[in-house]
Design a protein around this ligand. Sequence first.
Ligand code: 7PJ
Length: 287
Amino acid sequence: MEAVFNCGAYRLDLARPQVMGVLNLTHDSFSDGGELLAAAGIDADALLRRAESMVSAGASLLDLGAESTRPGARPVSEEEEVDRIGAALTLLRPRIDVALSVDSSSPAVFATAARERADMLNDVRALQTQGALAAARDTGLPVCLMHMQGQPGTMQDDPRYDDVITEVRSFLAERVATCVAGGLSRERLLIDPGFGFGKRLEHNLSLLAGLRQLSELGLPVLVGMSRKRMLGEVTGRPAKERVAAGVAAAVLAAERGAWIVRTHDVAATVDALALLESMRSLEGHAG
Ligand code: 7PJ
């Protein structure tokens, strides 16, 4: 029987890794800040072109984010976030035929996302913001719950763990239980260890190596390592030169059971995962 994940208007094949393209509607993202914004808001031409090229490169989801979580980033007001996400969905929804995800922690943004026919919510705060769990539940959409230690502005100051895998897994298990108790069914949930969110290199590498232990929670796993500092620490390269390391990270994660890989570099990631999948099909291996 084919296993599918119901993602808004889309049904995604759980037996094959999926690629999620990142569309940043922020001025100060470290990886591609400001490229999709104009003085008056979103740059519609640039955004549509980027989205279309990610879809033709094989992305099955696109993730729209308007809040920068980078330490030191200018805070974006909820109103600004609602406006940018609303405008982006109004532009993309009729023109882009893949699942559209919204990267936010805000109840008002969740409501806008559902109204503008987004397919998924992606919350780096795992629905811990006041009112977020109920607002997400009411959208009927699936939600990715991510682990973060601390808060974006200060999370990299001094991250500490006794056992990072056990702590991240327990946090996610607790959030899943709370969400299910709050009316979000398990079928709507995904989990993410949150690479780079309150983690040193050694923590990120332990999580990557031990990713299988997160799949044991029985929920689809999403990972995002694309262009992140952990790749810079390993290669010595600046953000835009981390594509090869990011692709390697995507393959290592998918081999360890990750289902969705969130990336800025869709074409290269899709090709690399195609190799993994062709090898697996020869082995008669699934998952
Ligand atoms: C992640 C995210 C991630 C999920 C960002 C960046 C920073 N959402 N949003 N997982 N990272 N679920 O793209 O480098 O790792 S923003």
